[in-house]
Ligand binder design. Structure first.
Ligand SMILES: [Fe+2]
Length: 410
């Protein structure tokens, strides 16, 4: 499909949204420079950069934290689960992997997942497992539903044309597990964005979402306005998300901090504006978008985005049961080296509110769940079909069934 897209033409059209695309980029660059400087100053003074809140505080009106999330595009929500509860689930997950001989299967099937193959670092230790007890208990818990509801409500979900989603009804997006061994130095992920790579320039709805950025009105661009976020179309490719996530995220299964092979973020909610407008400059080859390729993660690299990369920070220490969340436009990476002493394990859980796009996906996903297969967005490795201990429909709570579209929400 990529062959049919005339990148040169798309860029020309986008340039024409602006009176002067170079000046528009220069203005955005200036804004980013200020944000980067702030991040560097905070880092120098050992001050927190990524907003934080405890689950026990989210019912209170915390205006400052919300302002910070709007600016930084990310948040750590602590103490969502008790340490002991999570330690037990981590142990059970390990047992699930061992008892079902995951590693033997994995060797045979590892070629199926091509999504990350173009990022400079090699594939991280991500397991193609979705339906273990540990994942289900975290993903479908009441506490997680509360957190996700709160996160969804940070968005502007109604506009003059329609209601984009219902923030109080959650669907759930089955995702994988990361387990990183201490000492591992081969399995990082270089900086990227999910939820579309070249689509962010070429898709007509992404063009509407980002219109203000291209049309000299960057100041008015609101990354948390959900209008049309549910309407974008992704090119078909394994491991490209076909849902709208208000936030991507994960839950820590083990304690992990900077240096332990953990997540890094560029905590600037409008950082994408730099990537988008940078690609229109004249030094980028005509048919290219600063290294972004079809069906791969959006690339953020030192050749074109060195300014942004200065703002890449490791998230602070996470305890078991803490969660981290980032906006779908926020650039993120996984540290190349795990220099810590313990496994650095996480369960990925994003926030997918109730909207047509997400319900359509969830229905397809539920068919896979019933058969124990990999969800539609992921490589069809289907490890778990015959796994002992896999969660079946009868094991699910009513909430879980609603979130998996196996029961109506109403
Ligand atoms: Fe990612």
């Amino acid at each position: 499909m990529f062959e049919n897209i005339d990148i040169e033409k798309v860029k020309e059209e986008l340039r024409n949204h602006s009176k002067n695309y170079k000046e528009n980029f220069a203005k955005i660059e200036k804004f980013i420079e200020t944000e980067i400087q702030e991040i560097l100053n905070l880092r120098k003074n050992n001050k927190p950069i990524i907003p934080e809140i405890s689950i026990n505080e989210i019912d209170q009106k915390k205006t400052k934290v919300i302002e910070d999330i709007n600016k930084r595009g990310c948040v750590i929500i602590r103490d969502v689960f008790d340490d002991k509860f999570i330690e037990n689930l981590n142990f059970q997950l390990e047992k699930y992997i061992d008892e079902n001989n995951y590693f033997e299967d994995q060797k045979k099937k590892s070629d199926l997942d091509k999504y990350f193959s173009d990022l400079k670092s090699a594939k991280p230790q991500i397991y193609g497992l979705y339906w273990s007890k540990a994942q289900i208990e975290i993903r479908h818990s009441e506490k997680m539903a509360k957190v996700k509801k709160w996160l969804n409500n940070l968005w502007l979900y109604k506009n003059d044309e329609y209601e984009v989603f219902n923030p109080n009804k959650e669907l759930s997006y089955a995702d994988r597990v990361r387990r990183r061994e201490p000492g591992d130095n081969t399995l990082g992920l270089s900086p990227h964005c999910d939820a579309g790579s070249i689509e962010r320039w070429t898709d007509s709805f992404y063009q509407k979402i980002y219109k203000k950025i291209f049309a000299d009105n960057f100041e008015k661009f609101d990354p948390f306005d959900a209008k049309y976020r549910d309407k974008t179309k992704e090119f078909e490719s394994p491991a490209v998300a076909h849902v709208f996530r208000t936030f991507q995220g994960w839950t820590a299964l083990t304690e992990q901090g900077p240096g332990d092979g953990t997540l890094q973020l560029i905590p600037i909610s409008k950082g994408i504006a730099y990537v988008l407008t940078r690609a229109l400059l004249d030094d980028v080859p005509k048919n290219e978008l600063c290294g972004s390729k079809l069906g791969r993660a959006l690339s953020v690299n030192s050749e074109y985005h060195s300014l942004l990369l200065k703002g890449l920070v490791s998230i602070p220490k996470m305890k078991p049961g803490d969660t981290v969340w980032w906006h779908p436009d926020v650039i993120h990476a996984v540290e190349d080296k795990h220099s810590g002493r313990n496994y650095s394990n996480v369960v990925y859980v994003g926030a997918t509110p109730y909207c047509k796009k997400n319900i359509d996906y969830t229905i397809k996903q539920s068919e896979k769940f019933l058969e124990g297969k990999s969800p539609p967005d992921f490589a069809p490795e289907d490890y778990e079909i015959n796994y002992k201990g896999r969660i079946k429909q009868g094991d699910l709570s009513l909430l879980a069934k609603k979130q998996l579209a196996l029961e109506d929400w109403n």
